[in-house]
Design a protein around this ligand. Structure first.
Ligand code: GTP
Ligand code: MG
Length: 380
């Protein structure tokens, strides 16, 4: 096996890598529908933690519907202007929305509306016949979440009555009740009535795997449940790199004083940081990976793994400084999980910076995940 030229982080084009990743993420199209003032924008702002209609450029795509997209946003949002309940406009609105969704659907998988969030203001205490008819028609074409908003304005009986009204329009697990009122959000006892996490989980599950990452990338609400979902779903990103590390022919064996990462692992790290919304620019990423990740991997490997490398990985040839696919996969897997865990901890508790966490936690996490490696485990 030919030995590869050592990979050099300093000459690695992170910017190009970032641009490539940005281009690769498939974006789910999400339509927000519902009456004027029903709470559409509040739902979007809460789930994504920012006003995407301000971040992204908006363009009318059809009467009453604006498309918001940007290079920096991993979803495409369609916000409909809504209608006044009971107005003549309501009927036209229904036709516009269904027409738009049907036309998009006929254009193919990338163009279709992958999700519709249909907002109904709970404080109106009713679901109109037109709402029901429109939801039913949309539901024939795509996945529709019925989102009862502003539930701080109603009591539990009224809420139950509202849910009852849509029970034969959509499945019960596609009905959600939410509020952005801080009295509810900040009170653990009242919070249980809010379905924010369930809305996101359900929405992610409606999407093809290739689209899930985009939605999860944009989710910013900082609840533990949502972040755990995000952590779990990152396994799919990691698996992709583990597979390519395994198919790379011969990978230089990482020594403490030599090169510790291959382009595959650096790209994976960049990808995971980006997935978690870690503010990325070339210099900071390069510094982070160079100063925190690489030395700790080197240390961990020389301390524990190299001593046992022949035992754990019979295919490894330490003398030739080459490791086989199994070892490369195992190391890549552990780096990915450790980076993912650090990013998760950073999202949970922003009192420490990602750099501090990488310094304090990455090494031991890497060792821990190396020890849990399914490859080495089989040998127990
Ligand atoms: N009490 C309460 N008020 C809310 C809640 N969500 C939204 N509102 C209020 O309802 C009004 C409409 O909310 P938006 O989110 O702008 O509704 P929208 O559907 O985007 O409205 P349009 O874009 O004008 O059609 C605003 O005054 C919000 O402050 C909520 O959970 N509780
Ligand atoms: Mg709005």
């Amino acid at each position: 096996m030919e030995k590869k030229a050592p990979f050099n982080l300093d000459t690695y084009d992170l910017k190009e890598e970032l641009d490539r990743l940005r281009g690769k993420v498939k974006k789910p199209n999400i339509l927000i529908a519902g009456a004027t003032g029903s709470g559409k924008s509040s739902v979007v702002n809460h789930v994504f933690g920012r006003d995407l209609t301000k971040v992204a450029a908006g363009e009318p795509v059809t009467r009453g519907i604006h498309e918001f997209k940007s290079e920096d946003v991993a979803i495409v949002l369609y916000d409909s202007e809504g209608y006044e309940i009971g107005s003549a406009r309501q009927e036209a609105y229904a036709d516009e929305v269904i027409g738009f969704v049907e036309r998009a659907g006929s254009k193919g998988a990338a163009e279709q509306m992958h999700l519709v969030w249909y907002a109904i203001n709970a404080s109106m205490k009713r679901v109109t016949a037109l709402d029901k008819a429109l939801i039913r028609r949309l539901n024939d074409v795509t996945s529709v979440a019925v989102v009862f908003t502003q539930i701080d304005q109603v009591d539990l009986d009224e809420l139950a009555a509202l849910r009852e009204e849509v029970k034969d329009v959509v499945a019960n697990d596609a009905v959600f009740q939410v509020s952005v009122a801080s009295e509810l959000l900040s009170d653990p006892e009242l919070r249980v009535h809010l379905d924010w996490e369930r809305l996101v989980t359900w929405s992610v599950e409606q999407l093809d795997q290739s689209l899930q990452e985009g939605l999860l990338m944009e989710v910013r609400a900082e609840s533990e449940e949502m972040l755990k979902l995000k952590r779990k779903k990152a396994n799919r990103i990691i698996s992709g790199y583990v597979a390519s590390a395994g198919t790379a022919a011969a990978v230089p064996l990482p020594f403490a004083d030599a090169i510790a990462l291959t382009p595959i692992q650096v790209t994976m790290s960049v990808h995971l940081f980006r997935y978690w919304g870690v503010k990325t620019n070339d210099d900071m990423l390069r510094a982070l990976i160079g100063s925190t990740v690489i030395p700790q991997i080197g240390r961990a490997l020389s301390k524990t793994i190299l001593l046992n490398v022949m035992k754990f990985f019979p295919g490894a040839n330490a003398a030739a400084s080459v490791i086989n696919a199994t070892v490369a996969s195992g190391i890549t897997w552990a780096i990915g999980l450790a980076i993912n865990e650090v990013a998760y901890r950073n999202a949970m508790d922003s009192s420490k910076t990602i750099e501090q966490l990488l310094n304090s936690d990455f090494g031991s996490l890497f060792e821990q995940f190396m020890a849990q490696n399914p490859v080495t485990k089989k040998k127990d």
